[in-house]
Design a protein around this ligand. Structure first.
Ligand code: BGC
Length: 712
């Protein structure tokens, strides 16, 4: 093939021009083949399309023009293989995105993104349905493990760098689920209502920052409605904000079974995904008819195709197409998954028992329902199922069984390898009496508590399920040397907190999770995770303490609808998500956002803010004042009258004992601003502080800023 045959092969042209040249040669048939597709996994009567690798979606290639097929796979935590559609296909399972959020480590976000991109590419996929960037507004949300945090800046920076890492491998990544897709209960029937200024300053801001950093080739609107209109056909969200204000040049693909009309294309939707789950082939024959009748301009069809091609060109997916059968260094990737977990697992309590000295405890009892099988992961389309995983029943999404997967990283074995203990015994904890009897004889009791969450299924309440609170309290009652490791998809209550000696929040720690946990317990790793979500002291502290009964609504696409569309009023907290709500209401949480203990100590000094126009930078010296090497997360918060304290920048710095470093942290100007038909920084004095966490400021300075208005 030469550029004479195909002028768009000329890589010196910009991706938009190249895409337009292709579209000009395409037939209507070819264009429409890229506007809708069924799920590319056999489901009910719909078989796997010819040519599809077997994954979330497939759009046929246009061989005569040298354009490859689009093959789309899930998700952020690794390459999924839902329903084992590609039998035996193995992928590396990263920790939950929430744990990546807890690492506050943009380099790790990029490196793990690169890993996902490399594995996807090696399997032949050119689009990865990654980039979960919804704010955690509902701490009980079933998919919070796929999202980064409750904070717009942390979410935007981490999701953005993760997407940039994926796309650096020459494939497109999405960012999803745009926007306010905060809960699973009734996710296809819930309208998330939030007034524009608050929306711009919170959930939209997370995506905006993430898109600026990651330049995702595609955006996936959520199943939910936003202010009364489905996100997939919400002209304000898609046309006005995303494509208009932000100038987004990529394509908007519906979530699977989330298209509601042909006219959605006029509101900004480019592709109907998972069309077999929708009641109509909206972007098939009905859209052709709409074009023929002049209700949809032909130019809009061309644009929808052009947006896909330009994103594929932009990342190199057409110039250097992925092919199945590529090499994956599974052991290097497993180690990366472990390193990611080591950087995000958060030490919440330590009364001095940790780190354990090797060999000091002779008899260790490991308790946990599956601590002899693996570490828990979250369920749904994002699930990664590496060879050696252990599975039990989970739930059902759209008629497909979703299993509860325990990644092959086994706590009891990791404890045996790391502890140097003469005797490590295991008890699953289901027989309370027997577990307590075993605990009496142990020097140390390690309890691995678990809470499974999944797409399509919120947690009911914030308590650990399956009587695990009673189990922990009973074990700590008979043996005070009890340490709890939480494998959860978000915050949980800890009624036993005062009785135990240490608590680790391990979230879903992925394929090297158990080794990461024991590395922290025995001091091979100095803990450096910081909470990406507030851990409430009670549900009464939440903006919406009550939860809707999932039986009264429909949570999955393609299912019969129960009840009416219902509304959740997010103006209750407005832009003040998470810790900002707690500060505004004066609630004292169990553990605040940004909280996490270390085995060393750090101090900050000489904080100075440099302001050049709206380019703001914090300069501060960080010193490791303790006895071991470790990493400090420097969190910079801004506040002012009328501006609830907000995270405006952060950095993670590794320091040896006694070492100091002057670091420069860029501060996000939009966090100094309110949205008033554009960003507006009011003239005045702003307090800028280093915080140990969102509730504890340790070093503050002030900066005076002039009145400043800017967009977008
Ligand atoms: C999920 C998306 C996912 C898609 C394809 C949907 O159920 O909400 O996040 O990318 O399925 O598997």
């Amino acid at each position: 093939m030469t550029t004479d045959d195909f002028p768009w092969q000329d890589a010196t042209l910009d991706p938009d021009t190249r895409a337009r040249l292709v579209v000009a040669e395409m037939t209507e048939e070819e264009k429409f083949s890229w506007l809708s597709a069924p799920m590319a996994i056999p489901l009910g009567d719909t078989p796997r399309p010819d040519g599809a690798l077997g994954s979330a979606a497939y759009y046929p290639g246009i061989d005569r023009l040298g354009i490859p097929a689009i093959q789309q796979a899930d998700a952020s935590l690794g390459v999924s293989n839902l329903g084992n559609v590609r039998p035996g296909d193995n992928a590396t399972a990263l920790p939950a995105s929430l744990l990546l959020g807890a690492s506050f480590d943009i380099d790790m976000a990029r490196r793990t993104g690169e890993m996902v991109g490399q594995e996807a590419r090696a399997k032949g996929f050119n689009v990865q349905l990654a980039g979960g960037a919804n704010l955690v507004r509902e701490p009980r949300g079933g998919r919070n493990f796929e999202y980064v945090s409750e904070d717009p800046l942390l979410t935007g920076w981490i999701a953005g760098h993760s997407v940039a890492g994926i796309q650096s491998q020459g494939i497109v990544s999405t960012m999803k689920h745009f926007v306010l897709n905060a809960q699973e209960t009734g996710r296809v029937m819930v309208s998330s209502d939030l007034s524009e200024p608050a929306l711009r300053e919170s959930d939209l801001l997370a995506f905006q920052i993430g898109i600026e950093i990651g330049q995702p080739g595609a955006i996936m609107p959520g199943y939910n409605l936003v202010n009364g209109e489905y996100a997939s056909q919400n002209a304000f969200v898609l046309n006005t904000v995303l494509k208009g204000d932000w100038g987004f040049a990529g394509w908007v693909m519906a979530d699977w079974g989330a298209t509601h009309s042909t006219e959605a294309i006029l509101a900004g939707l480019d592709v109907q995904s998972g069309a077999n789950l929708d009641p109509e082939p909206f972007f098939g024959a009905p859209l052709r008819a709409a074009v023929a009748e002049g209700r949809v301009p032909q130019a809009r069809i061309d644009e929808a195709v052009q947006r896909q091609l330009r994103s594929l060109f932009a990342v190199g997916a057409i110039d250097t197409p992925p092919a199945p059968g590529g090499t994956i260094d599974h052991s290097a990737h497993r180690l990366l998954a472990q390193r990611a977990a080591e950087g995000g697992i958060t030490l919440l309590k330590n009364d001095g028992i940790l780190p354990f000295a090797k060999g000091a405890a002779r008899r260790i009892l490991v308790v946990g329902h599956h601590a002899d099988k693996g570490v828990l992961s979250g369920g749904g389309s994002s699930n990664v199922n590496p060879v050696g995983s252990f599975t039990t029943d989970g739930t059902d999404i759209m008629g497909m069984p979703v299993q509860r997967i325990f990644h092959p990283s086994i706590p009891v074995e990791a404890v045996r390898a790391e502890s140097g203990a003469a005797e490590v015994t295991f008890h699953d904890g289901r027989d309370l009496g027997a577990a307590c009897a075993a605990a009496r004889d142990a020097d140390v009791v390690l309890v691995f508590a678990e809470e499974w969450r999944s797409e399509g299924l919120d947690q009911s309440g914030l308590a650990l399920p399956d009587d695990q609170d009673a189990l922990i309290a009973a074990l700590a009652g008979v043996n005070p040397e009890t340490v709890v490791i939480l494998e959860t998809g978000g915050p949980v209550l800890m009624p036993w907190l005062a009785q135990v000696r240490a608590v680790l929040a391990a979230f879903y720690p992925g394929q090297g999770g158990a080794e990461a946990i024991t590395g922290i317990l025995w001091g091979r790793v100095c803990p450096s995770g910081r909470l990406p979500v507030t851990f409430p002291a009670s549900e009464a502290q939440l903006p919406h303490p009550a939860q809707r009964d999932p039986q009264t609504t429909t949570s999955n696409p393609g299912m019969e609808r129960i009840g009416e569309i219902f509304h959740v009023d997010y103006d209750v907290a407005g832009a003040d998500t998470g810790y900002r709500w707690f500060a505004r209401e004066g609630h004292v949480p169990l553990f605040p956002f940004g909280f996490g203990l270390s085995y060393t100590t750090f101090s900050h000094s000489a904080l100075r803010i440099e302001a050049r126009g709206r380019n703001l930078t914090a300069h501060v010296t960080v010193t490791n004042t303790g006895r071991v090497s470790g990493s400090e997360v420097t969190q910079i918060y801004v506040s002012a009258p009328g501006l609830t304290r907000r995270l405006a920048g952060f950095a993670k710095t590794h320091l040896a004992p006694g070492q100091s470093r002057l670091i420069s942290v860029p501060l996000e100007p939009r966090l100094f601003a309110h949205w008033q038909d554009g960003w507006h920084i009011a003239a005045g004095t702003y307090s800028v502080c280093v915080g140990a966490d969102a509730a504890t400021m340790t070093l503050c300075t002030e900066v005076s800023l002039p009145d400043h208005a800017f967009r977008p």
